[in-house]
Structures are given as structure tokens and as C-alpha cells.
Design a protein around this ligand. Structure first.
Ligand SMILES: Cc1ncc(COP(=O)(O)O)c(C=O)c1O
Length: 423
């Protein structure tokens, strides 16, 4: 971020790009506070994809038709936009996938199967999403390897003192989320990656919740792999990205076979393309890749640093307002959080909170957020989570706080009633 004051966002203008936000919901104004589950796409992204589908579509990397060559150009231009967005050295290091989950499975199945052997250790952080746990557990079971976990404290901050001892000579890979989807913690990635590299450990970063809020520079971070999903970045579902270091990608075997990823096929032998082609078997999600490119253009035009400053203001205000509510406890209080606010209300299940908020037009997520080990760590079954984006404003936060107070009123009388019934 520059030392100059950043121009504030014109949220009213931005909101005009999102018809959903000004469409009544249960007869009330819509307050979309669920961007961590999936961002909304601005008109520019939807229109870019529709234009492609109407006027430009055919398959890519096939044939000499002008239409195919132009579709291929648009598709590869989108890859270049992702490369620039992550500051990756080359487009050859940008692999299209279906999303973060598929990107992480690709690393576990391709790099992992080739490099993890019996007795090896896979180190994960205590705040991983299931998508950066389960693929590693599957690999560990197959290879007779084991999983170790970096603990976190009651604020949701990783215990960095434990890291060095956990990085034993048996550890081959560290899987770490850049930003926690439950706690909002922004992990000190550069420091963690440097510590892992000092022990020769490969680092796989789950960037799903980071890319919408933080300008990511994979070269500066020195990440070995970095994964994210289009739909959390104001782009469509069905498209994601895996960035990998050149030397690693070149040595990795393909993980799916088929068309588009080969140099030659005979009954005796098949030879494969280099990266990224060898990891992209079959027809890719073309409109979705182009849509993700348009989403990056849209966010760049607003400016990620301005977005981060705006979301920080919303998070601070929301934290202050929610802390005024009796019986509400915020889960995740790390300094410098990203704009995710999880909370529990005394005696009221988060699903009930989420349902009542929904009827008030306040869209949030309630549940375990695909992070059951995090729930276990905080000894709670679930949380209600509000997450803020560049199109949210202080009114959205006020609506959230008012709706939570309403939940408390409803449950105040209800719980007394059910207690009476049980007596
Ligand atoms: C931190 C984190 N990692 C991974 C994922 C999985 O993303 P996707 O379902 O798009 O593959 C999510 C989605 O909620 C997430 O928040």
C-alpha cells in the first residue's frame, strides 16, 4: 500500500454493477454478507462471458479455423491476466483447474504421489479448510505417511514457536492457508515459507480467501504452489488456478489423461506436453476462464489496495458494533484480520441465527465452514459468519447488528418458553 491516502470507494456506484444487491429479498433490502462463500459477479463479467458464448465460442487449441484461433487467444489472454495478477514469472506456470479444491488435489495426486513415501510427514496448519486436509489424508493413507498440525492460539494465530520443531527431516510438504475462511487470520506466509524452505520443505498455499483481499505476489512469497478459485474473486464458478514453480511442474507427472495434453499418442507410447498443457486434459471451461480474466480487470480497475482499505473499515466497524451485543462472542481475533467475522451467540444455534438473519434480508453463512477441526479447536459446533466485500457499506453492517438483536429477542422469549415446557 502506498503512503498516500487512498481515495475511498464509491460504493453506491459499484453496487449498480450488481443487480442482486438492489433486488428485494424476502421483501426487504438485500444485504449480501457472504462473499467468503462466493463473491457476486459484476455485470461486466457476466456480459463478457455472454458475449463469448454468443459470438466467439468454439473449442480452444484445436483446428485452424479463425473462430478457434480467436477463442484460443481470448482464453490465453485470460491466463496472462492471472499471471500478472499473481506476479508469476510465466504463463506456463498458470494451470486452469475447476477451483481451489481441484488445484490442491492436483498437487497431492501428482507431486504428492511422486514425492511422498512411507514414513514421511505432511505438515498442515490448524486452520485449514477441508480441501487442504482431505487430499493430504488420502495421500497419507495411500503412502503410509502421517499428518502433523501447526497449532494455533485462542485468537486464531498460528503458534510460530512450534513451527521449527515441527519441521522435522521427515516433513516433505507444508499445506497452509493464506487467509482463514473462518477466523479471518492472515498468516505470516513469507516467514512460514522461508522457515519451511530452510528445511527443504515444499509449501502449498491455499489462497482461496486471500486473493479477493490481498495483492498476492507469488515470487515475493516464494510459494511453491498457490491455489485459488474464480468464484471467490468476483468471477464464475467452475474455474480455478494452480500456480507452481517451474522446476516442480516440469518434473510432475500428469494426473489426468486425454486430449489436449499430449505431444504424441501411439499404442506403444504417449508423450506429454510441458506445463501447463500436461495438466489440462480435455476441453477446459473456456467462458469461465475468460470471465475470470474480466473479473481481474474489474478488480484492478477499482484497485486491490482501495478494496483492502474499504473492507478494513467495514471489519473494524462491524467488530465494534457486534462486540456491543451481550452474549455474542467473536471467533477469530487475530490482529490484521481479513474481512471475515465469525461469531456465536450464547444458547442459540448458528443455524437458527443464519435463518432469522436470512428473513431479515441479511445473507450470511452458518455452519462449520468446511473446517471442522477449527470448530473442534474452539469447542463449538458451528459459527455464523459475515464476510465483507468492496460492494458492502456501513448500512449492511447496521442491518447485520439489528438482525442479530432481533434473533436475541425472538430467542429470549422462545428459550424461556421451551424451558417452561421441559420443566
Ligand atoms: C480457505 C478455503 N480453501 C478452499 C476452499 C475451497 O474452494 P472451492 O470450493 O472453490 O474449491 C474454500 C471455499 O470455501 C476456502 O474458503
Amino acid at each position: 500500500m502506498s503512503g498516500h491516502a487512498l481515495a475511498p470507494l464509491d460504493v453506491a456506484l459499484i453496487r449498480r454493477d450488481f443487480p442482486l444487491l438492489y433486488t428485494p429479498f424476502h421483501g426487504k433490502p438485500m444485504h449480501y454478507l457472504d462473499s467468503a462463500v462466493s463473491g457476486q459477479m459484476p455485470n461486466a463479467v457476466i456480459e463478457r462471458m455472454a458475449h463469448y458464448q454468443r459470438f466467439e465460442h468454439t473449442n480452444v487449441h484445436r483446428g485452424v479455423s479463425t473462430l478457434s484461433q480467436e477463442a484460443t487467444d481470448r482464453f490465453e489472454e485470460a491466463r496472462e491476466k492471472v499471471r500478472a495478477f499473481l506476479n508469476a514469472p510465466s504463463v506456463k506456470q498458470i494451470i486452469w483447474t475447476r477451483g481451489t479444491t481441484e488445484s490442491l488435489n492436483l498437487v497431492a495426486q501428482s507431486w504428492g504421489r511422486a514425492n511422498i513415501t512411507k514414513g514421511d510427514e505432511i505438515l498442515l496448519s490448524a486452520m485449514e479448510h477441508h480441501s487442504n486436509i482431505v487430499p493430504w489424508q488420502m495421500l497419507a493413507a495411500e503412502k503410509d505417511a502421517s499428518i502433523k498440525v501447526i497449532p494455533m492460539d485462542d485468537r486464531g494465530v498460528l503458534e510460530m514457536d512450534a513451527l521449527d520443531a515441527l519441521l522435522t527431516p521427515r516433513v516433505k510438504v507444508l499445506g497452509i492457508t493464506h487467509v482463514s475462511n473462518v477466523l479471518g487470520t492472515v498468516n505470516p506466509l513469507k516467514e512460514i515459507i522461508a522457515a519451511a524452505h530452510a528445511k527443504g520443505v515444499v509449501v502449498v498455499v491455499d489462497g482461496a480467501q486471500a486473493v479477493p483481499h490481498i495483492a498476492v505476489d507469488v515470487m515475493d512469497l516464494d510459494a511453491d504452489f498457490y491455489a485459488f478459485s474464480g468464484h471467490k474473486l468476483s468471477g464464475p464458478t467452475g474455474i480455478g488456478v494452480l500456480y507452481g514453480k517451474k522446476g516442480l511442474l516440469e518434473k510432475m507427472p500428469p494426473w489426468q489423461g486425454g486430449g489436449s495434453m499430449i505431444l504424441s499418442v501411439s499404442w506403444e507410447k504417449t508423450t506429454f506436453m510441458g506445463p501447463p498443457g500436461k495438466f489440462e486434459a480435455g476441453t477446459p471451461p473456456i467462458a469461465e476462464a475468460i470471465g475470470l480474466g474480466a473479473a481481474i480487470d474489474y478488480l484492478n480497475a477499482i484497485g486491490l489496495d482501495r478494496i483492502a482499505a474499504h473492507e478494513h473499515t467495514l471489519l473494524e466497524y462491524a467488530t465494534k458494533e457486534l462486540n456491543k451485543i451481550d452474549g455474542l462472542r467473536i471467533i477469530g481475533t487475530a490482529p490484521g484480520k481479513a474481512s471475515v467475522l465469525s461469531f456465536v451467540l450464547d444458547g442459540i444455534h448458528p443455524h437458527d441465527v443464519g435463518s432469522i438473519l436470512d428473513h431479515e434480508g441479511v445473507v450470511v453463512r452458518a455452519g462449520h465452514h468446511c473446517a471442522q477441526p477449527v470448530m473442534k479447536r474452539f469447542r463449538i459446533p458451528a459459527t455464523t459468519r459475515a464476510s465483507f466485500a468492496y460492494f458492502n457499506d456501513l448500512e449492511d453492517v447496521d442491518a447485520l447488528a439489528a438482525a442479530i438483536r432481533q434473533v436475541k429477542e425472538i430467542f429470549g422469549s422462545d428459550s424461556a418458553h421451551s424451558a417452561e415446557e421441559q420443566a
